[in-house]
Ligand binder design. Structure first.
Ligand code: PAF
Length: 280
């Protein structure tokens, strides 16, 4: 595995690889790699000649007061995990090389970015769309891999790719879960033992929502039941949203339809956790 830190060099390598006809599979990450990331990498390895992973904790997607400073960073451990998977390149830029003095261009995917997480994290998806757009231009992948846990993010990136005519296939892979159902996330590292235990309620609420929808219950009743389950967990400090949404528009669904997104965002202590399920 070769580690590349300078965007210009990464761009030249990718250009050369594409010129030689190699397919590049790309997994953008913020590090603190867990099994969820590794599953994306394995899939990319199966489908591409070359696999590039980036690690960059992107400041523009964190609002003031969020966890940018304390976001878990352990590049040495991440490198070991990537070496073990024998990826080809790790792109590891620093903040100044991607956002130099005078940087002033941002990508905004209107509409979708203002729903669900966008309400509670203003500017977050502007930062995500901007960095992903930049990384796509540098790495020039044929395919890019994202996890379904960040469902809204993947929807926004698909929209951006379509609207800005990127020639990149976006592949969204299933959420990887712990044995008790908790979705893997770098932020799970923030949870103490009791909080970690209480976090399992998120998957329980989603699964109950799925069961009720499959039984034919109305989306609004399903939402109420999910809230009831979550409210019974004393360590949950704030339920930001929990309910039944349209998987394409992210609007709340009130009547029965063919496909639903069940989604939850909440805070346990200071830790914000999200998860979702698609129900057909
Ligand atoms: O999902 C993430 O880890 C980040 O939002 C991403 C896509 C790497 C952009 O910084």
């Amino acid at each position: 595995m070769e580690v590349i830190r300078i965007p210009r060099i990464m761009r030249e390598i990718s250009k050369e690889l594409r010129f030689k006809g190699k397919s590049i599979g790309f997994i953008p990450t913020m590090g603190a790699l867990h099994e969820g990331h590794l599953s994306l990498i394995r899939r990319a390895k199966e489908e591409n000649d070359i696999v590039i992973v980036s690690i960059f904790v992107n400041p523009t997607q964190f609002a003031q007061g969020e966890d940018y400073e304390k976001y878990p960073r352990d590049v040495e451990l991440d490198k070991e995990k990537l070496e073990a998977l024998a990826i080809d390149y790790l792109f590891l830029p620093d903040v100044n090389s991607l956002y130099p003095e005078g940087y002033s261009t941002y990508v905004v995917v209107e509409g979708l970015s203002d729903k669900l997480c966008g309400i509670f994290r203003p500017g977050h998806f502007r930062g995500v769309a901007t960095i992903v757009c930049k990384l796509f231009n540098i790495v020039k992948p044929l395919r890019a891999y994202f996890g379904q846990k960040d469902y809204q993010q993947s929807l926004i990136i698909r929209r951006m790719v379509e609207d800005l005519n990127f020639d990149i296939e976006i592949i969204v892979c299933p959420t990887v879960r712990e044995q008790d159902g908790l979705a893997m996330s770098s932020r799970n590292l923030y949870l103490n033992e009791k909080e970690r235990q209480s976090a399992t309620v998120i998957y329980k609420a989603l699964k109950e929502g799925e069961r009720l929808l499959n039984k034919g219950e109305k989306p609004l009743d399903v939402k109420l039941k999910m809230h009831e389950i979550l409210k019974n967990e004393p360590l949950i400090r704030e339920i930001q949203y929990a309910g039944v949404y349209d998987p394409l528009t992210l609007e709340e669904v009130k009547e029965r339809q063919n496909k639903y997104l069940l989604a939850v965002a909440l805070k346990i202590g200071d830790t914000r956790l999200i998860d979702n399920l698609i129900v057909e």
